[in-house]
Design a protein around this ligand. Structure first.
Ligand SMILES: [Zn+2]
Ligand SMILES: [Zn+2]
Length: 367
C-alpha cells in the first residue's frame, strides 16, 4: 500500500495477533511527525450540526451560525461554508458534481418526523446467511427496471440519509478515479483500493444491530433508484456490455458490492469529527474515514497521538520510539478510563478484546 511521503519512518507489517499495522523503521524522538493527512476519503456531518459546521474546514462555534457566511448550497445540498474561500477549496477537491449528488440525496430525506430506532422489527436476526440472502433478493429485484424506478420513492430517515451522504462521496471518488472525465483529487493519499482494503465490520455489526441491514439496503435502493436514469436502466439491463472508461456513468459504480463495502468499513475505521479544541464534552459532529492512518493499531498507552486541524489529521509520537516498535494510537480516547470500561468501549465500538500491555498488566493486578 502507498503511504504518503511524510511517512518515511514507518512501514506496514503483518503480525499474527495484530494483523496489518504500522511499525517504525528507525529510532524516533518524541514529537516526530509521522504523517499529515489533508482530507478524509469520505465523511458525513450529522444533520443536526450541518448548518453549524463548515463543510470544508469543519469549524464549529458552539452552535453559532454567524461565521458561516457562504450558504448558497445549504438548503439544497446541506453544505455550509465559512466563506467563499472554504467553498472554493471544497469545490476544487470534490468537483461541482458532488454538490448535485448531495442535493439529490437530500431530496430523499424524509421531511419532518424522525423514525425512532427500534420502532420496526428488523427483517432478519442478522446472521451472515441472512445478510447474503437479503442482498441476493435486492440483486434479483434490480434486474427489473420497474422495481428500480420504485426505489426512487423510498424516503430515508436522518440516520440513513447522513450515511447515504458518506456513501455518495465515496462512490463519487471511485467514479472520478475510474472515468477519464473529471479530475482526480488528492484524497489524503488514498485511492479506492486503499479505502476498500480497510477491515470490514459488516457481519459483526449487523449481528449486534440487525436493523442496520434494513438501513443498508434502503440506502442502496435509494441511491440506485435516484442515480439510475431510465436511459441508464435500458443500457445496463438490455445491453450487458461493460462500459469503456470514457462512457462510464455514475450509476455504473453504484453496485451492491461497492455500497456494502463502503458501509462495512465505516464503523471500525472512522475518526470522529469533533468540536475542537477537544475537551471531555466536545460535540461529535460527524464521522470521517481516513484510510491511510486507519492502519495504526490501538494501544491503551499509545506512542502516537492524532490531532485535528480542520479536516487535516496530524500524527505525532508522544514519546521516543525505537526502530521496529509498533506505532499505536488510542481509539476513542479511552486511555484515561479504568481497564474494564476501556475494554467495554473497545469491544462495543471497535469489536476487539484489548490485550495491550497495559490491559494485560492491569488485569493481572485485578486477579
Ligand atoms: Zn471553513
Ligand atoms: Zn488495552
Amino acid at each position: 500500500m502507498t503511504i504518503p511521503s511524510s511517512s518515511k519512518f514507518m512501514e506496514i507489517r503483518t503480525t499474527p495477533h495484530a494483523g496489518r499495522s504500522y511499525h517504525s523503521t528507525v529510532d524516533l524522538p518524541e514529537n516526530s511527525c509521522l504523517m499529515d493527512i489533508s482530507t478524509p476519503y469520505a465523511y458525513t456531518i450529522y444533520k443536526q450540526f450541518r448548518n453549524e459546521v463548515c463543510s470544508e474546514c469543519f469549524r464549529y462555534d458552539g452552535g453559532r451560525r454567524s461565521f458561516l457566511t457562504c450558504r448558497e448550497y445549504s438548503e439544497s445540498a446541506g453544505l455550509s461554508f465559512c466563506n467563499d474561500q472554504c467553498r472554493d477549496q471544497w469545490l476544487i477537491r470534490e468537483g461541482a458534481d458532488a454538490v448535485r449528488l448531495l442535493a439529490r440525496v437530500e431530496s430523499a430525506r424524509q421531511k419532518g418526523k424522525q423514525k425512532v430506532k427500534g420502532d420496526a422489527l428488523p427483517r432478519t436476526s442478522g446472521t451472515a446467511e441472512d445478510i447474503e440472502r437479503e442482498w441476493e433478493k435486492v440483486r434479483r429485484l434490480e434486474k427489473s427496471a420497474k422495481d428500480v424506478r420504485k426505489w426512487r420513492r423510498i424516503a430515508l430517515d436522518d440516520f440513513q440519509a447522513d450515511a447515504a451522504r458518506y456513501v455518495v462521496l465515496a462512490l463519487h471518488h471511485l467514479f472520478q478515479e475510474l472515468s477519464s472525465v473529471g479530475h482526480v483529487s488528492d484524497l489524503g493519499g488514498s485511492c479506492w483500493r486503499t479505502f476498500v482494503s480497510l477491515q470490514s465490520s459488516e457481519t459483526i455489526r449487523i449481528k449486534q444491530f440487525p436493523e442496520l441491514l434494513d438501513d443498508h439496503i434502503s440506502i442502496y435502493q435509494v441511491l440506485r433508484g435516484l442515480f439510475t436514469s431510465d436511459k441508464d436502466l435500458a443500457r445496463q439491463i438490455y445491453d450487458g456490455r461493460q462500459p469503456e472508461p470514457e462512457e462510464l456513468l455514475f450509476s455504473d459504480v453504484i453496485t451492491v458490492e461497492n455500497v456494502r463495502r463502503i458501509l462495512a468499513v465505516d464503523a471500525g475505521n472512522s475518526f470522529g469529527i469533533w468540536e475542537r479544541p477537544l475537551i471531555d464534552n466536545s460535540e461529535l459532529l460527524g464521522f470521517a474515514v481516513y484510510p491511510v492512518p486507519s492502519f495504526f493499531n490501538h494501544d491503551c498507552s499509545p506512542n502516537v497521538q492524532s490531532s485535528g486541524h480542520g479536516r487535516k489529521l496530524r500524527f505525532l509520537t508522544t514519546r521516543a520510539v525505537t526502530s521496529g516498535e509498533a506505532l499505536c494510537i488510542s481509539y476513542g480516547h479511552v486511555e484515561s478510563l479504568p481497564m474494564k470500561e476501556r475494554k467495554k468501549v473497545l469491544l462495543e465500538g471497535w469489536f476487539f478484546d484489548c490485550v495491550c500491555r497495559k490491559c494485560v498488566s492491569e488485569s493481572g493486578h485485578a486477579e
